[in-house]
Design a protein around this ligand. Structure first.
Ligand code: 4NP
Length: 159
């Protein structure tokens, strides 16, 4: 069975493309790439078509992680196509829940905060690094590596 995961933030150029890239990287490491479809999207549409923010891509690259995504805006069909929608902060969570209501009964996707899968950190939101310095991008990756690893353990328990 293929699991379909959608990571969501505001602009789809920092946090959710990083989550997508970290998750894809873990899938490759664990030999599970063929069991998942992974994508990311933004609740906003300002950056549609753009690659991930250069600072985010460089921070990920330093950890050996590629961020291949191009920004797109979440749409109502996503709630029927994906099994699980993972939001980065409380604003994204509220926006996504509103859209799921709009999508109606075909919206089967579960919606979960990304950091509900965190173990090493107490934070409940992935902070937006866009207007901050380099440390913010590193912290986003620290949070996402922890949460993505636990999420994958839950979806595909190690033998
Ligand atoms: P993201 O960060 O939601 O993690 O992609 C942002 C990037 C750009 C903007 C906001 C958030 N923006 O307003 O342009």
């Amino acid at each position: 069975m293929t699991r379909k995961l959608l990571f969501v933030c505001l602009g789809n150029i920092c946090r959710s493309p990083a989550a997508e890239g970290v998750f894809l990287h873990l899938l490759k490491q664990r030999g599970l790439s063929d069991q998942f479809v992974v994508d990311s999207a933004g609740t906003g549409g300002w950056h549609v078509g753009n690659p991930a923010d250069r600072r985010m891509r460089e921070a990920a690259r330093r950890r050996g992680i590629d961020l291949p995504s191009r920004a797109r805006q979440i749409c109502l069909d996503d709630f029927a196509s994906f099994d699980l929608v993972l939001t980065m902060d409380n604003d994204n969570l509220a926006a996504v829940k509103g859209l799921a209501q709009e999508a109606g009964p075909k919206a089967m996707a579960l919606i979960r905060p990304m950091l509900s899968y965190s173990r090493r950190f107490q934070e409940t939101e992935v902070p937006d690094p866009y207007y901050g310095g380099e440390a913010g991008f590193e912290h986003v990756l620290d949070l996402l590596e922890d949460a993505c690893s636990n999420l994958l353990d839950e979806l595909s328990p190690p033998e």
